[in-house]
Design a protein around this ligand. Structure first.
Ligand code: ATP
Ligand code: MG
Length: 344
């Protein structure tokens, strides 16, 4: 199932910006266990296999597990060392992985002390993330709708939401999306108290009654903010991935979500992937190995390749476009031996 491809690259605008700003992708969900970390790892590896320099950041500050999932038992440094000031630069925390082009910033294991960094520490973290030297930076977030996750999500130029077509999970995703959008609006208009009042009123009155008019009300309040409001609506374009898909019903949900969000919030969400429920993913997970390397031909690996195509990311670092799944698998094969060798 390949989502609609209306143009060559759904990331064309974002990618152009990112060419300057760096290609930073945040991965969130609003609910636990939807497959964020699995996606983050394999997406990172796919880009690394194509020859790009990739940094994967485990920013699930309350439940970091990427180093375990990559089979790295004791990272030298973790995010905790940076947050606590034991190392000065985030780049010092970079850990090599069995994939030569993929480096990791491991999350800390001391959960209580870092899951709630102070505001200043968080801003320092975000600043340092954008200064890292890499072609792509992938930030894996925790499941909760906390200010940390919302701010990391909004700080990245491209945000992915990994969801499942199950009501409580869709609800979590929708709550996260709504909270992230409101926080983005509030950040943009933090100096315009009258706009903040409009947003707060909508939040306090409940979104169901008057929500249709939030964007309209902001527009009506002042002509001067129109340009900035349009900029928020244009740049806030989360990418949706349905994971553990078992039927075509996910496509219908995706279409409904798209229309609902456009109508009620005025921004466009794009569905960029439907990943099937696949036992091979579980099997690879049980071995702490990415599915892309352990089972490169599995159904989800194919769906991941399709996502790269839709996103315009199916290019090697030398610019060659990878057109077929079989060609893509050849690249992952080059990664696999070094992985096996280094794991033992
Ligand atoms: N497409 C899939 N098919 C089958 N199992 C999957 C799929 N994607 C992920 N899983 C499984 O779902 C479980 C949760 O995955 P993962 O840890 O990546 O989720 P998460 O969203 O990062 O969780 P958390 O919110 O706890 O960080 C794992 O056992 C993983 O193997
Ligand atoms: Mg996770």
């Amino acid at each position: 199932m390949i989502p609609n491809q209306s143009n060559n690259s759904i990331f064309s605008d974002a990618a152009e910006d990112l060419g300057v700003e760096k290609k930073i992708f945040a991965i969130a969900s609003g609910k636990g266990g939807t497959g964020k970390s699995t996606f983050a790892i394999n997406f990172s590896l796919a880009l690394a296999a194509l020859g790009h320099e990739v940094i994967l950041i485990d920013a699930d500050l309350g439940g970091a597990d990427i180093s375990n999932l990559l089979g790295i038992s004791t990272p030298r440094y973790t995010m905790k060392d940076f947050i606590h000031g034991e190392v000065t630069y985030l780049a010092e925390v970079l850990e090599s992985t069995p994939s030569p082009k993929l480096r990791l910033i491991a999350g800390g294991s001391d959960i209580v002390s870092i899951s709630n960094p102070l505001y200043q520490q968080k801003m320092k973290l975000i600043r340092n993330m954008s200064q890292l030297e890499a072609d792509y930076i992938i930030v894996d977030l925790g499941p909760d709708i906390s200010f940390n996750n919302l701010d990391f999500f909004n700080a990245a130029p491209v945000g992915f939401l990994i969801t499942q077509n199950i009501d409580p999970i869709i609800l979590g995703f929708y709550r996260f999306l709504k909270a992230a959008f409101v926080r983005r609006l509030k950040q943009e208009f933090k100096k315009e108290q009258y706009i903040l009042n409009i947003i707060n009123d909508f939040q306090n009155q409940g979104w169901s009654r008057k929500r249709r008019n939030l964007i309209g009300s902001i527009r009506a309040a002042s002509r001067e903010v129109h340009g900035r409001l349009e900029m928020v609506l244009e740049t806030f374009q989360p990418k949706l991935v349905f994971n553990k898909v078992e039927s075509n019903a996910a496509k219908k949900t995706a279409d409904q979500m798209f229309s609902f969000i456009l109508e009620n919030f005025g921004f466009r969400m794009q569905t960029v992937g439907y990943f099937p429920l696949d036992r091979d993913v579980e099997r690879a997970y049980a071995h702490s190995e990415p599915f892309l390397l352990r089972y490169p031909k599995c159904h989800v690996a194919k769906a991941l390749f399709e996502l790269l195509v839709v996103a315009g990311l199916n290019k090697t670092n030398s610019g060659e476009r990878i057109e077929s799944f079989s060609q893509f698998i050849r690249y992952t094969k080059i990664e696999a031996p070094s992985w096996q060798f280094l794991k033992v």
